[in-house]
Design a protein. Sequence first.
Length: 589
Amino acid sequence: MAEKGISINISKRLGEMLVTSGLITAAQLNEVLDMQRTSGGKLGQLLLHKGYIEERKLLEFLSKQFGIEFVDLHGREIKEDILKIIPENIARRYGLIAVEKAENKLKVAMEDPLNIVVLDDLKMMTGYDIKPVFGAESDIAAAIDKNYGSKTSKEALDEILKKTSGGTTEVSLVQEDSSKGGGEDLISLEEKGEAAPIVQMVNLIISSAIKAHASDIHIEPTYKDTKVRFRIDGVLHAQPSPPKKFHNAIISRLKIMATLDISERRLPQDGRTKLKIDDHEIDLRVSILPCGPGEKVVMRILDSSGLKLRLEDLGMEPENLAIFSKCIKAPHGINLITGPTGSGKSTTLYSALATLNEPDVNIVTIEDPIEYQLEGINQVMVNADVGLTFAAGLRSFLRQDPDIIMVGEIRDFETMSTAINAAMTGHLVFSTLHTNDAPGAITRIGMMGVEPFLTSSTLLMVVAQRLVRGICKNCKETYEVKPELLVSLGVSRAILDKNVKNGKIILSRGRGCDLCAKTGYKGRMGIHEILEVSDQIRSLIIEKAHVSKIKEAARKNGMITLRESALRKLFAGMTTVEEVIRVTGSDVD
């Protein structure tokens, strides 16, 4: 169980004032100060952990010292229109909840009401002047669970059983391998005649995720229950969960589906399976990870029917699309796509390959794993067990007379140097890197040990990308924001002036409806930062210039940053301030 804690940094001076007030003893203060010196941690958390002071009394003390009101949330009713102002994911992330509003002021109970960054973000996100107040962490968590509609385990189980009894979508394995048996837990259930409900429960979880257009399914054990969450539009959403006692049986069923070893519970396992749901085939990648309370499962849903392969559907600005289209049609060189997991890199790569896929072009890919099968393209899957790595596959490709090569990911010097060699011998190479922005990819290549002159002579373009949630069209509404509130987002006066109407800026957001599960969002779109390697950039690479100089030169040449790309979509009414902050919060000069 997570410890309750005070996130505000309590100084030694405040600790001494606690002693003076009679809330703790001098011996207790000295003890936790010694603990803090040896093991770290915050004084307030250590006092609570040792049980030397109650959380409520500590917060009341801090309230008096800082002159900030303390709000008791026990039994407090919060109106629905106030709750809607701050979305659930923001409330849970920062440990806060809106409690009152009056005109343009919003009172927010917070674990840390002195966090200026969060206060500024809330002001920009909501358009209200924020009045922060102290609230106990446990009380805030309970208020969020109560007011945002979280379900108890019993309620969740009743809902699952109700849905199961009402019938589930037909889910079947395209090819099921039963040679590894049913597993001890599943076998015992079969003996009791209870295996069928487990199969139905697994089918219900998977079919519900697909209907919700989820990209991932998380089934994770805790010491008390089993949690099921779907990642929808990049954000995890809690779902009705099965009881804890069925957890091992569910894991066994999933292992059978993915042809994994059901007797192995100590090591991670990875597998995949193909399902048919209402005559529609879905690929499912299954990852098993042993944790303290049991095995956790994450399933990635790969639905080729939802794959968009037209360049126009990637969401690029016209300037970016022109650069991207030019570079992917170059006769030779390297094009890199960067970004974290789940940022849409594979979709961008597949779209580029689909555009270039012609009868007179030989395209070969090596992937880990193959996410989507593309007709007319030779796709190879990495198999490290037999020595088929990215580097080994890439070396073999050069003997296959390819025109275009795609490497799923460049992780080391060997793969990078082989890719450069391929580019220098007349091949067009596509691949991915994990970097935060486009200029950072050049530094990453250098850190691999590649000589600058090789990078400068082969690299054509680096694309950094992220995905932001789009506003639900069914419940979309507009609202006014003062231009000053957007200054801290990095919005230039020139951009503000273009979007100001009568002294205010009109933005959009979703109210929340049944079609978007009350989130206000539906679907995602890409934001992109494209660095085209010009002669000036090549000179800087050879000079081993700092990444800041490369970024400065690229921006002078017209490069649109991730934050600027997101802002364009914000002012176009396609996404929200909250999404701009969430996705590009670190992309500030």
